[in-house]
Design a protein around this ligand. Structure first.
Ligand SMILES: *[C@@H]1O[C@H](CO)[C@@H](O)[C@H](O)[C@H]1NC(C)=O
Ligand SMILES: *[C@@H]1O[C@H](CO)[C@@H](O)[C@H](O)[C@H]1NC(C)=O
Ligand SMILES: *[C@@H]1O[C@H](CO)[C@@H](O)[C@H](O)[C@H]1NC(C)=O
Ligand SMILES: *[C@@H]1O[C@H](CO)[C@@H](O)[C@H](O)[C@H]1NC(C)=O
Ligand SMILES: *[C@@H]1O[C@H](CO)[C@@H](O)[C@H](O)[C@H]1NC(C)=O
Ligand SMILES: *[C@@H]1O[C@H](CO)[C@@H](O)[C@H](O)[C@H]1NC(C)=O
Ligand SMILES: *[C@@H]1O[C@H](CO)[C@@H](O)[C@H](O)[C@H]1NC(C)=O
Ligand SMILES: *[C@@H]1O[C@H](CO)[C@@H](O)[C@H](O)[C@H]1NC(C)=O
Ligand SMILES: *[C@@H]1O[C@H](CO)[C@@H](O)[C@H](O)[C@H]1NC(C)=O
Ligand SMILES: *[C@@H]1O[C@H](CO)[C@@H](O)[C@H](O)[C@H]1NC(C)=O
Ligand SMILES: *[C@@H]1O[C@H](CO)[C@@H](O)[C@H](O)[C@H]1NC(C)=O
Ligand SMILES: *[C@@H]1O[C@H](CO)[C@@H](O)[C@H](O)[C@H]1NC(C)=O
Length: 587
């Protein structure tokens, strides 16, 4: 053969080989369905809580349920930018709603962007990034997403006066059960998001069937409508409820007879709570039904007789979301994707429902920083189940089954943080795991301040990963897991003002750095310079120390008790050393 002929021959062979390998890589790569639920605290029934949630319980029964998952800052935009970039707030430099990390902190690669860069089709439906300035005005499109992010049009009516009072007049109440047929477009935002995400799944499924017919997938095309396309997908769906207002289909209210609802056992402020730790839930106070209570600011509290109705609304809105999650998972099944799709479901932060006379998030308390986190990895977390509930029934009918299906799959009690999601999902999907960020991470585009918790799934399972009987996770084994989680919350000062809950960067002068270890929950509120983004550890405004066992509800701050001086000293050292010192120790 001539040299030219040989070259052509080699090129032809290479093409065949490359095609084969890219084909098998595609078919081996699992899809990801990433479900984030706004303001969902860990009170689902699979967490032993009162929120009726049969569909999530069913998911949990074949998943790993994390009982100690924590967020990095308990408010939407900072938490979401943190878990979507895999970095902590001091690195995203987003503590408020006022900046876009790419121009403000560093041009960091995001979790969905990393999947996109690795050949995935990525799509965002509903509230995934916090919309607006914190995600560059367009949910970080086109960097993170293959197609334009979708927002439900009825979210436009978020503040509309559509909630009927007893006398029939309409208000912008926080407690807002509605007749959906009477709503604008006869729909609600999360219903529209469900429809849109189901449509994406159906189109991807149709495309994959036509790909099988035509044979050859084309990795470069990115549209779900393209019949020749079959890259794996990363579909992120962000549900708005149970964020306030609790506007939900009124049928869900009857699941929670008011007399069946217990209120918090600790509904008063603790005298040991430092003033800087108090948040005054201003966003709640502005709503018509709360405003009508004429509470004084900032110390006036919501009268006890309203605690049960408030909980009723929060629970009902969360059950409504569970119902939508069920529909989404049903579509995942019907489109044939479920046995090759990792499903991850979690809350972006917790919520206080009257404990310590507090509402909302905006704090470092366990209730605000702990979230539900459930991860289903086909073949890895499944356990054979003899009797699965019939998930095709309506949510209302499902009520009778509650309690019979509380059989959780794998329960993982080790500490994990939402900042771990980026490395973990990369690990589970078999794409490059971002390395741990160096101490000065601002110019490093791909790194993470989390740690892959995939080894915890492996440690808890004898099963193997989907699609490859010999595949082992790439992450390092560990001899000791992460021994603390870290969160933080900013304040404009040490006494409550209208800006306490959501201080904008330019007024932040105090940062509460908080750490939870096996035995303690410890917080230091220190001076903070919002120009240099640094805390001043010699300028301590207040400390909080709670014992997890004796005082799970965090009613007794004992930081100033001389008896515990040594413990405070020890925890203070570890808090200052930060997350890096608490990472798992490799075997
Ligand atoms: C940020 O990174 C993206 C790729 O991830 C690149 O396309 C973009 O130009 C970068 N922006 C800046 C301001 O450097
Ligand atoms: C809901 O609203 C629709 C349209 O206004 C009305 O026809 C229907 O009777 C209402 N249903 C209930 C239960 O009030
Ligand atoms: C799915 O495909 C249909 C038919 O082509 C199209 O009308 C619809 O917009 C697609 N859905 C999405 C979410 O792209
Ligand atoms: C709140 O103040 C308004 C106007 O003064 C009054 O009409 C109303 O009865 C008060 N509500 C309560 C719950 O005290
Ligand atoms: C609110 O309560 C704090 C702590 O108990 C107290 O220091 C402050 O003076 C009170 N503020 C008002 C306006 O009553
Ligand atoms: C989806 O399929 C799984 C596995 O077969 C099953 O356990 C689950 O009940 C189905 N979920 C829905 C919502 O249909
Ligand atoms: C990061 O990059 C910028 C712009 O290239 C440069 O001015 C700065 O010194 C770099 N910082 C570090 C810590 O490398
Ligand atoms: C998923 O299920 C389909 C149909 O039952 C089967 O053909 C396929 O091999 C399964 N895929 C995996 C990765 O288990
Ligand atoms: C499974 O993964 C291992 C290790 O990555 C690889 O050597 C092997 O070829 C894979 N097997 C199949 C069937 O893809
Ligand atoms: C914050 O740091 C800047 C830069 O070092 C300095 O100019 C400023 O005075 C500091 N602010 C406070 C309140 O200490
Ligand atoms: C840190 O706080 C201490 C105590 O308030 C103060 O003396 C010192 O100047 C502060 N340091 C900086 C860099 O602001
Ligand atoms: C966690 O590990 C670090 C590093 O080994 C150690 O300094 C710290 O004391 C440990 N903390 C707890 C609470 O075990």
């Amino acid at each position: 053969m001539h040299e030219e002929g040989i070259m052509k021959y080699i090129v032809a062979i290479l093409c065949v080989l490359l095609n084969i390998s890219s084909n098998s890589a595609l078919s081996e790569k699992p899809n990801v369905l990433f479900i984030v639920i706004d303001d969902l605290r860990a009170s689902l029934e699979s967490y032993g809580g009162p929120i009726i949630s049969p569909y999530i319980t069913e998911l949990a029964s074949r998943s790993a349920l994390f009982s100690n998952a924590k967020v990095q800052q308990s408010v939407c935009a900072p938490s979401r930018v943190s878990f979507l970039t895999g970095r902590r707030p001091d690195t995203t430099r987003l503590y408020d709603f006022g900046s876009y990390w790419r121009t403000h902190a560093g041009n960091y690669t995001t979790l969905p962007q990393h999947f996109k860069d690795n050949g995935y089709f990525t799509a965002s439906v509903g509230k995934v990034f916090h919309p607006g300035i914190p995600s560059g005005g367009n949910d970080d499109y086109p960097y993170s997403w293959s197609i334009q992010p979708y927002h439900p049009s009825t979210q436009h009516y978020q503040g509309a006066k559509v909630c009927p009072n007893l006398d029939g007049t309409l208000h912008d109440n926080v407690m807002c059960p509605v007749n959906v047929s009477a709503m604008p477009l006869q729909s609600l935002p999360d219903m529209q998001s469900l429809e849109y995400s189901s449509s994406i799944l159906k189109n991807l499924s149709a495309a994959s069937h036509s790909t099988n017919a035509h044979g050859r997938p084309d990795k470069t095309s990115r549209s779900p409508r393209d019949p020749d396309m079959q890259p794996p997908f990363f579909l992120a769906v962000g549900f708005h409820k149970p964020h306030i207002p609790w506007k939900y289909p009124e049928e869900f209210k009857s699941l929670y007879p008011i007399e069946s609802i217990s209120i918090a056992s600790n509904p008063s402020r603790s005298p040991t709570q430092p003033a800087v730790a108090y948040e005054d839930y201003s966003t709640l106070r502005q709503r018509d039904d709360i405003n009508a209570l004429n509470m004084s600011f900032p110390n006036g509290t919501i009268p006890l007789q309203f605690h049960a109705p408030m909980r009723q609304s929060y629970y009902a809105a969360a059950t409504y979301t569970d119902f939508l999650v069920g529909k989404l998972l049903q579509t995942l099944n019907e489109t044939g994707f479920s046995n090759n799709t990792i499903v991850i479901l979690f809350g972006d932060h917790g919520w206080q429902l009257g404990e310590h006379a507090e509402w909302c998030k905006y704090s470092n308390y366990e209730l605000a920083t702990r979230v539900p986190l459930i991860v289903h990895v086909p073949g890895l977390t499944d356990k054979p189940k003899s009797s699965l509930p019939n998930v095709h029934q309506s949510a209302l009918k499902m009520k009778d089954n509650v309690g019979t299906n509380a059989d959780s799959g794998m329960v993982v009690t080790e500490f994990v943080e939402l900042v771990d999601l980026f490395p973990t999902l990369s690990d589970l999907a078999g794409i490059e795991v971002p390395p741990t960020c160096p101490p000065d991470p601002f110019n490093v585009t791909l790194c993470s301040e989390g740690y892959s918790f995939a080894p915890l799934l492996e440690a808890n399972s004898n099963a193997i990963l989907v699609g490859n009987a010999t595949k082992k996770l790439t992450s390092t084994r560990y001899s000791r897991w992460k021994n603390a989680t870290y969160s933080q919350y900013p304040r404009p000062g040490v006494t409550p003002t209208r800006e306490t809950d959501l201080p904008s960067l330019k007024v932040i002068t105090v940062m509460g750095y908080s750490m939870r270890t096996k035995d303690h929950h410890y917080t230091e509120w220190i001076g903070f310079n919002h120009t240099t983004f640094t805390g001043n550890w010699t300028d301590v405004k207040a400390r909080e120390l709670y014992f997890n066992d004796k005082d799970y509800d965090q009613n007794h701050n004992v930081a100033d008790d001389p008896k515990f001086k040594d413990i405070v000293q020890e925890l203070s050292v570890q808090l200052k050393m930060g997350w890096r010192q608490s990472l798992p120790v490799p075997a």
